[in-house]
Structures are given as C-alpha cells and as structure tokens.
Design a protein around this ligand. Sequence first.
Ligand SMILES: Nc1nc2c(c(=O)[nH]1)N[C@H]1C(S)=C(S)[C@@H](COP(=O)(O)OP(=O)(O)OC[C@H]3O[C@@H](n4cnc5c(=O)[nH]c(N)nc54)[C@H](O)[C@@H]3O)O[C@H]1N2
Ligand SMILES: Nc1nc2c(c(=O)[nH]1)N[C@H]1C(S)=C(S)[C@@H](COP(=O)(O)OP(=O)(O)OC[C@H]3O[C@@H](n4cnc5c(=O)[nH]c(N)nc54)[C@H](O)[C@@H]3O)O[C@H]1N2
Ligand code: SF4
Ligand SMILES: [Mo]
Length: 701
Amino acid sequence: MYTDRMAGREDEGRRRLTVETACPLDCPDTCSLAVEVEDGRIASIDGSERHDLTAGSICGKVRRFGDRVYGEDRLLRAGLRNGPKGEARFRHVSWDEALDVVAGKLAEVRDRWGGEAILPFSYGGSNGLVTQDTADARLFRRLGASRLARTVCAAPTGAAAGALYGRMPGVAYQDYRHARLIVVWGANPATSGMHLVPHVRAAQRDGAALVVVDPRRTALARQADIHLPVRPGADVAVALALHRFLFELGLADERFLADHATGAELLRARAADWPIERAAAVAEVDPELLERFAELYAETSPAVIRCGWGLERNRNGGNAVAAVLALPAVGGKFGVRGGGYSLSNSGAWNLSAEAWIGADEPDTRVINMNRLGRVLTEDGDPPVRMLFVYNANPAVTLPDQNRVLRGLAREDLFTVVSDQVLTDTARWADVVLPATTFLEHYDIARSYGAINLQLVQPVIEPVGDSRPNVELFAALAGRLGVAADGAFDTDPEALMHVTGAMPAALRDSLLQDGTAATPVPARPVQFGDVFPRTPDGRVDLFPAALDESAPDGLYTYRADDAGAGPLILLSPASGKTINSTLGELRPRSAALQIHPCDAAARDLENGDVARVFNALGEIQCPVALNADMKPGTVGLPKGLWRRSTLNGSTANALVSDAPTDIGGGACFNDARVDVTRVVTAAFGDRNIAIWTTPSASGKPH
Ligand SMILES: Nc1nc2c(c(=O)[nH]1)N[C@H]1C(S)=C(S)[C@@H](COP(=O)(O)OP(=O)(O)OC[C@H]3O[C@@H](n4cnc5c(=O)[nH]c(N)nc54)[C@H](O)[C@@H]3O)O[C@H]1N2
Ligand SMILES: Nc1nc2c(c(=O)[nH]1)N[C@H]1C(S)=C(S)[C@@H](COP(=O)(O)OP(=O)(O)OC[C@H]3O[C@@H](n4cnc5c(=O)[nH]c(N)nc54)[C@H](O)[C@@H]3O)O[C@H]1N2
Ligand code: SF4
Ligand SMILES: [Mo]
C-alpha cells in the first residue's frame, strides 16, 4: 500500500523516514516530492524521481516550505476576535467552541437573511480534488449560500480554450524537444513552471528557434531568437497580424481548415484589418521583428505555442488568447508530435464531484470573486452578512485592494478565515481556524501542466491544532445537521469518497501506487490522439458565444483610456512566492521595477522611495532600475503581503475591478499609474541592497 510507505524507510536507530508525496500548490508542474522527516519534523523537502517531469528537482519555494510549516506566522490555535476589526487580536479557544460559534452564526444568518447572505470564498491555494469543492461545497450548497465564480485566474483563457477547442489537452512539456519552433507567449516558465525550461533548452540545442512574446525581457527572452516586447494588452493585434500574414500570403493550411475548422472566414475577415505595420505600431514593436516572427511561424513545423496567463490579465485578454490559440489551426501546426499549443490541462480529466455535492439543490446567485470589494461595500439583495474564506487570501490577491479592505472592515460583516498562517485576510477575521498544510493531510493533486494525478499524503502530524478542510466542513455539517450520511469520514480511503465521481479503479490506483493511469495519453498529439471536445469535434475559430460575450465583438482591440496614467503596472509571478503563499517569508520591502529611461524622466535613482499611484490608491516602495522592463511599464511582484511595501498597499491597490473582455477575469496587468519620488536614497546606489530582492540570476525581476 502506497500510504504505508510513511512507516517504510527507517534508518538504524534514528526515526528518520523519507516519505513520497506530491506538491499541490497552484503551479502547473505538480512535482513528486521526497520529504525527509526526522523525529516527526520535516528535515528536508526535495524532488523525487518518481515523476519523470520532476526528475528529482523542485523549486526553491517548496524546498523551504518547512519555514512556513514551522514559521512564526503559522496559525496554531482557533481564535475569536478580541479587539477592533483588523487588529488581529484573538482569544484562543478550543475547536469545539470555535465551531459552535461558526455553526451558530451560519444558522443565524441563513435564518435571518437567507442563505445567500453567506458568501463562501475560496480559490485554489494548495488544493486538489479532496480539499476543495467536496465537503465544503456540499455544506454551502445545503445552506443555500451564494456561489462564487472563480474568475481571479484563467477565466479568459478558460473561456477561449473552451470555446475554440473544448479544452483539448495540450502538448506535453516532454514533447517540446520535438518542436523546431517554440513560442512562449505571455508566460514566464523559468519562474512559474520551471520544468518546461529544460525541454525548451534541449530543443534549442537541437536547433529549434525560440520566440518570446512578453513586455519584459524574461530569463527565456534573453535566450530567444526573437524577443517581441509587446505593449501589454496588444497581443490580439499581434496575433491577428500573424493570421493576416498566413491568410493573405496563401500560407494558411486551407486543407486543415476545411476538414477540421469552422469560422475561418470570419477570423480571416477580422484579421484583414491588421497589417504587420499597424499591429507593430499598436504593440510598439519593430515591424521587421514582427514580420520575421510571422515568417518563422509560417515556415516551421513542428511549432508549439506555450500560451501563458500574463496576456489574459487585461481588457483585451480573452480576445488575445483566442487569437493566439487559433494560430496553430490556421498555420497547420497540428497532427505532429511537438506541434500545436499548451495552456492548461486542468480539464483533461473531466472529473467532477458535482453529483456527489448535490446537483439537486436550488440554484443561488453567483458572485464574481473579482468584485468582492464592491459586493461587500455596496447594497446587495441580500447584502453579504457572512464571509467564509478558505484556500484564498483576498485582502492581497484581488483587484481593487482598498475596496476589499473597506469591505472586510465592515462592523456588520462576520468573517471566518481558515488558513495555515495569519494572512492579511485572516487579520480581519471574527473567527480564525488553523488549517493543515499539504504536508499534514491527504489530497489528490491534479496537474494542469502535465496530465497526471498524484496522491498527496501527510508526512507529519498536524502542527498545533490545525485541521484539514474536510474535517472542518464535516464538523460544521454535523453541527448544522445538513449532511449526516457518513460521507465526511476522514480516514484516507473514506476521504477519497469525497471525490464523488472518481472511478473506483482510479482511487485504488492512487492509494496503491500514489499515482493513477491517465484516461487520455500523457503526451498527446493534438489532432492525432486528442481532438477538440466541441460538439462537432472541430475547432471553432469564431465561436458565437465568445462573440456575444465580448463587448465589442470577437477579435477586436480595445485601446487605452485617454488620459489615464502614463505607465502600465505589471504584477507577474515571482520566484519567492506562489501567489501570496510564502509571502510571509519575504524579509524586506519589494522594489518597483522601472526602466532607466522612465526613471530618468522622473528623476528617480536606485533605492529612492517612490509613490506609485492612480485614482484608486497609492503604493510606497523603493525603486529598482531595470532595463529588462519595457519602457512605459513598471513592475511589482504579485502575491506580496501588505508588510512588503512601505505603506501596506500592494499592486492590487492600483488595479481596478473592471472585468476582462471575456470571462469576467481580472485586469491585473492593465493598471495605469504614475510614479514620483518621495525620499531620495540615503546612500545612493548602495542602498539598493537593502531593498531589492534579486532573482536567482542575480538580476532584479
Ligand atoms: N513562482 C511562482 N510560480 C507560479 C505562481 C507564482 O505566484 N509564483 N503562480 C501560479 C499561477 S496561479 C499561475 S496562474 C501561473 C502564471 O504563470 P505565467 O503564465 O507565467 O504568468 P505571469 O507570471 O502572471 O505572467 C507571465 C508573463 O506575462 C507577461 N505579461 C504581462 N502582461 C502581458 C501582456 O499583456 N502580453 C504578454 N504577451 N505578456 C504579458 C509578464 O511580463 C510575465 O513575464 O503561474 C503559476 N506558477
Ligand atoms: N496583482 C496581481 N494579483 C494577482 C495575480 C496577478 O498576476 N497580479 N494573479 C492572480 C492569480 S493567477 C491567482 S491564481 C490568485 C490566487 O489568489 P489566492 O487564491 O488568494 O492565492 P494565495 O494567495 O496563494 O492564497 C491561498 C491561501 O490559501 C491557504 N491555503 C492553502 N491550502 C489550504 C488548505 O488546505 N486549507 C485552507 N483553509 N487554506 C489553505 C494558503 O495558506 C494561502 O493563504 O491571485 C491573483 N492575484
Ligand atoms: S511549486 Fe511547482 S515547481 Fe515548486 S515544487 Fe511545487 S509543483 Fe514543483
Ligand atoms: Mo493563477
């Protein structure tokens, strides 16, 4: 039994074991892990060889995850608020007392205001198929609570990929070495999914060309044959120029389009408006570079596009992703190993606990999570009276941070937060509940980079009084008398039952082997082994539903607001945190990355403290001059805690909650700001050492 391995390898005399598990953090790679445990404590965390993609190596974030498990921010006890809202003063109580309070409040709010006055709020912290959308969903369904549209990430990409291809599985990382051309578009894998990089490098050694489309000169952009530093939000123009090039020069694969696609004529018509020169002007790139890219894409096969999420996070994001994903169809890149595209494989498994959760409960209103600030501060029908946060940290990860904070400050809002650490959100709670980490509970990790399921198992006992989500929600369900059918048991096998729809064979395989055979090939050839999951099995290049949902129609470009701030603030993933998880371990203030010419225009030097501002708020932080930024853009990492700037505001204080064009996503990379100096660096350039957090390459990012 796989789960017995925990007791397996004991060294002589010392209670030192190596336990195999998997990393379920919100990262595409889903590494297999080997964790050394000594006397019941984590001694080290490393990659295991079990999963070929991991191949024994993992990121620095998870190697030091023990610092979070045993860190000073760890929540060890349940607590009831014992001071003004937001001051994070709590009186420690037993789980029983905390659960009584929470269950009592859930019942009270439901009875007095209706179930919809309760808003459960979660995203995907480190949660696989067991610790989210199972016991929690069932409880909240039974209570008739409001539902949440999980749009903070991947909503535009998901909508586009779903409409064009029905979420067809993508090219596996391992097959990138078969490609002759690799296009990395709005993704930064060296930071956000590092196990792709060796495969890209191997292909390059074999002569493959690399194109990176990114406003920043990322680590991979430095190694690329072409780096196209597009203006954020201009990707739709760039992709349409490539389409026009293919169509008008007779380089489109008409045969493929006739056999496998619908809507090609409509796409061709929209693309006609975008000659290379026009797109290059909008994207602020060299037209010759763009033309070289178009030629390279037209003439090279196999060609693969790694589409990331950086390009989705602006007003043109959904259209951009649709236009990018349409390229392999028009260019005729499918049907060969290493040809096509990769995005997310989270849909590859088609697993859903929906039936188990309770499909027959009446529908309740759906709230777009990106509008949490507004939902909490504006009248609703009914207003939200109780907010239950778990697997998420909305005080720092959502748009319009100041509005979210005003909402959390409401005296008449009862907030429950279950988390592993005292997050910026938990500080506002009326009740805090300590949660286990993935090293202390069971889960099933579903990769969205690879196509792969792995068992996550506890390697240590829960720290302090922390409890797994399933236990928390089972206990609440018991108190509220809403689900007394034994489905909330917590031994490993029973836990697997909360995954409802999962076939028994899959479950057994996970428990026996720690992994399960894939129902689709793990390294699929698109239009070879896997096909669009659209109703007619064809790629729909102009889906009516997307056209209707896009405010200006599909494949259109929405230009900048006149008069908005002159700089665009980007907030991409950093190597220090995964979203805001591990952000508590950042030792010092983050620095605003700014191109030297934008800095010079504002009389800013390395280490000066600046004000970054727009109508929504301001951030105070030091600046770091960085020639890898595109002029006209500035950058702060996503996932900062409030303590990581000088005034407690992070990038999201300047991000509006206006939705993306498609999918209701967040426009994180679309904030217009300006920057002024507040304080001059005391010791000139040397002071920067205090402020910047260099990346592994030694360069600030
Ligand atoms: N270390 C680490 N890894 C992570 C995460 C993390 O927080 N830390 N988060 C995980 C999660 S939840 C996700 S969703 C993924 C995201 O992974 P990625 O897709 O890599 O997303 P980002 O880092 O947000 O942005 C990628 C790149 O897009 C660029 N970009 C920004 N705006 C635009 C634009 O308009 N057009 C183009 N072409 N490029 C643009 C940015 O400069 C950045 O280099 O990473 C996952 N992996
Ligand atoms: N400015 C800006 N903001 C962004 C982005 C951006 O690019 N720019 N990217 C966005 C993206 S891609 C995403 S995915 C979102 C993510 O936003 P969030 O979902 O809020 O992600 P995290 O900040 O990692 O918060 C997850 C929390 O869940 C907790 N947690 C983990 N596992 C468990 C568990 O089993 N039980 C309980 N109770 N808690 C648990 C963790 O401790 C952590 O505090 O952020 C978005 N925010
Ligand atoms: S965060 Fe990503 S790279 Fe790091 S261990 Fe987890 S799956 Fe691997
Ligand atoms: Mo994400």
